[in-house]
Design a protein around this ligand. Structure first.
Ligand code: HEM
Length: 120
């Protein structure tokens, strides 16, 4: 289950990077149906698997703050990703949004691996 979770995380970041690159290149690939649907399916499974593992392992995000921090960082990744692909009005803003989103992903992965809070 953990490996599937990690594979989906990799796919999520990979697909986000691909969509970011296509957006910068004004590519028609972005309008393909699978490109619009796949990220939602992958992200939903990624989050649901995370919740299932947390429940199975009895990790409460309020007691084990690394998980609480990880969930907050995941929200920040989702928001900065949305900003990058939908809200940003020009390529400069998109690049800034993309780098910000990657920063959150790095925090998420660090928290997942060390299980030690960085800010909390
Ligand atoms: C962008 C989103 C996410 C990424 C990149 C990510 C990444 C990872 C990685 C790399 C691991 C394996 C760590 C290890 O080597 O032990 C992991 C494990 C885990 N993740 Fe995530 N994760 C994400 C979202 C979530 C969410 C939203 C939750 C919970 C609501 C969650 C809960 C867990 C749990 C409970 C484990 C197992 C910890 C253990 O084995 O002790 N993850 N995650």
């Amino acid at each position: 289950m953990k490996h599937l979770h990690m594979t989906l995380a990799l796919l999520s970041v990979g697909l986000f990077t691909l969509r970011f690159a296509w957006l910068l290149m004004n590519s028609a690939q972005l309008n393909k149906k699978w490109v619009k649907i796949a990220p939602h399916v992958i992200d939903t499974f990624l989050l649901v698997l995370g919740v299932i593992m947390a429940v199975k392992l009895s990790i409460n995000p309020i007691e084990q703050l690394w998980l609480g921090e990880k969930i907050l960082a995941v929200f920040a990744y989702i928001f900065t990703g949305y900003y990058t692909l939908k809200i940003a009005k020009n390529n400069m803003m998109r690049v800034i949004g993309y780098l910000g989103a990657l920063g959150w992903v790095m925090l998420v992965v660090r928290l997942a691996m060390t299980k030690q809070g960085v800010f909390f």
